[in-house]
Ligand binder design. Structure first.
Ligand SMILES: [Zn+2]
Ligand SMILES: [Zn+2]
Length: 151
């Protein structure tokens, strides 16, 4: 007797990235104003043309680095895009300062790149990517909603 036919539908197959399938309207992925608060060490804020506002901490952005290396690393560790790296299990508690970029610059008209203080700089954060990983309550809530049945 086999047990085939039992199918457990994964509740959340892709996590926040599952909504990344549909195309966003242009006004939703065009920033009107980008503030990179390096001196304050706070993070980045974007006002979008459609009136939406997003904000991310630098630590969050560093963990969500979209470069191939980091994507592979997250995949290997089974981490979602917004899951921070597990703290290394060091015997001695070490203070690691929160990630902060030394500088940031725009890449063409479609993305921003950070030169992180840890020397990493491969990630190109496209506006499209950033809008999809918006961390405001509204978007987080919407992301949770879309993983369930419509409505
Ligand atoms: Zn990276
Ligand atoms: Zn949002």
């Amino acid at each position: 007797m086999s047990h085939e036919g039992i199918r457990i539908a994964p509740k959340d197959p892709e996590g926040p990235t599952s909504k990344a399938e549909h195309t966003l309207p242009r006004i939703s992925v065009t920033p009107q104003k980008v503030r990179v608060l390096i001196t304050e060490g706070k993070g980045m804020e974007i006002d979008w043309v459609d009136g939406h506002r997003s904000a991310w901490s630098f630590a969050w952005l560093r963990d969500a680095c979209p470069c191939a290396t980091c994507v592979e690393e997250r995949k290997a560790e089974g981490r979602k895009i917004d899951q921070p790296k597990p703290k290394p299990t060091a015997v001695l508690p070490m203070y690691t300062p929160p990630a902060k970029p030394a500088s940031a610059h725009s890449v063409g008209r479609y993305a921003i790149q950070f030169n992180w203080q840890d020397g990493h700089s491969g990630g190109i954060y496209s506006w499209d990517y950033l809008r999809r990983v918006c961390q405001c309550r509204e978007c987080i809530f919407a992301a949770e909603e879309t993983t369930g049945a419509p409505n």
